[in-house]
Design a protein around this ligand. Structure first.
Ligand code: ADP
Ligand code: NA
Length: 328
């Protein structure tokens, strides 16, 4: 019996992953390699649903791959690949689009959030059908489980519905994936605006893996806290301090209550100083490893081509089966 299979993807839409991406997703990708058959995709097809710069996308895709490798995604144990190098995703996506109701797609709340700004003419149809491509990404691999955060639950529900719909119309073909709810690895908040989620769209308060270490130390030291002095975990009233405690807790492996005890009688400066030191120790070797992967483009290409070949071998089987079932 095979290990349960997981599929997960991340967009190459920033110059660096931030600590929220790492703690909310990527760290768990690394851990899952021990228990699951893992497929990890850099989803560049998703990255062109909004306006983009081709040179930058190509560069960010490579830097994303280098970061994943440096963080511990092992290309021998995981199938690590770039989505656009595997034709099965778009091949399956079309069939899934034809199974999706227009109203059903319109109810995806993330589309409503993301499309609000530019108006209808600046919103691509690709952004609208994005969750359907995401469903194809998952179903192509017959994944058992999909690591998801809260924001992706609705998309996974669509994926499950499409798999069930396909199976009931055309015969059992697609595995219906279960959510693999990521452990309460704390949502990470913005350092300068600690009631907002840390995000690549507000780089001012994000802690980026590839940012200059001195600049990050400065950011940590000027993180927004509150006017009290007490180092206590209280998300409601002390979001800034709580966020710093969460971060320090995950990086040191010390529980938050133990941290609270150890900081009795100390100030915010001590907490920030310790976090800054832990951060520097974490990212310094990581940045060196990323630089190492980027310094050898042929090797990086080799890893990604091998990943794409392995992914294609699995996903093209699903496409062949689906195409046969629908009458092609
Ligand atoms: P961003 O919000 O910066 O655009 P993405 O949406 O590309 O990041 O998220 C990639 C992964 O990182 C997702 O699994 C998401 O749940 C996780 N993630 C993003 N931001 C955070 C955060 N602030 N805290 C925890 N996890 C996060
Ligand atoms: Na996001």
């Amino acid at each position: 019996s095979r290990r349960p299979r997981v599929l997960s993807g991340i967009q190459p839409t920033a110059d660096s992953f931030h600590v929220g991406n790492y703690l909310g997703a990527l760290r768990q990708w690394v851990d899952l390699q021990a228990t699951h058959e893992t497929f990890y995709s850099i989803v560049d097809l998703h990255a062109i649903t909004v306006e983009h710069e081709p040179k930058l996308l190509r560069q960010r895709t490579r830097v994303a791959a280098a970061q994943l490798l440096a963080l511990g995604i092992d290309p021998e144990r995981s199938t690590l690949f770039v989505q656009s190098q595997v034709p099965a995703h778009t091949q399956l996506s079309w069939v899934m689009e034809c199974l999706t109701g227009f109203g059903e797609a319109g109810r995806m709340t993330q589309f409503k959030d993301k499309s609000g700004k530019g108006g209808a003419d600046h919103t691509s149809v690709g952004l609208f059908t994005y969750p359907i491509l995401q469903a194809a990404d998952i179903l192509a691999y017959q994944a058992d489980a999909v690591p998801v955060g809260e924001d992706q639950r609705q998309h996974l529900e669509l994926t499950r519905n499409l798999a069930q719909r396909f199976n009931s119309r055309f015969g059992k073909t697609l595995r219906v994936p279960e959510p693999y709810i990521l452990k309460a690895t704390a949502k990470i908040y913005d350092l300068s605006e600690p009631r907002a989620k840390m995000s690549k769209s507000s780089p001012g308060g994000s802690l980026d893996l590839l940012a200059d270490v001195k600049a990050s130390v400065k950011k940590i030291k000027s993180a927004v806290t509150d006017t009290e002095r007490e180092i206590r975990y209280d998300e409601e009233n002390k979001p800034g301090v709580s966020n710093l405690l969460s971060l320090l807790s995950v990086f040191t492996g010390t529980s938050i209550p133990d941290l609270e005890v150890s900081y009795q009688g100390k100030g915010y400066g001590d907490l920030k100083g310790d976090l800054a030191q832990v951060w520097a120790e974490f990212v310094t070797p990581l940045q060196a490893a990323v630089a190492g992967y980027l310094a050898d483009p042929a090797e990086l290409d080799r890893i990604l081509s091998a990943g794409a070949a392995r992914a294609t071998a699995v996903a093209s089987k699903t496409v062949a089966d689906v195409y046969q079932k629908v009458g092609f």
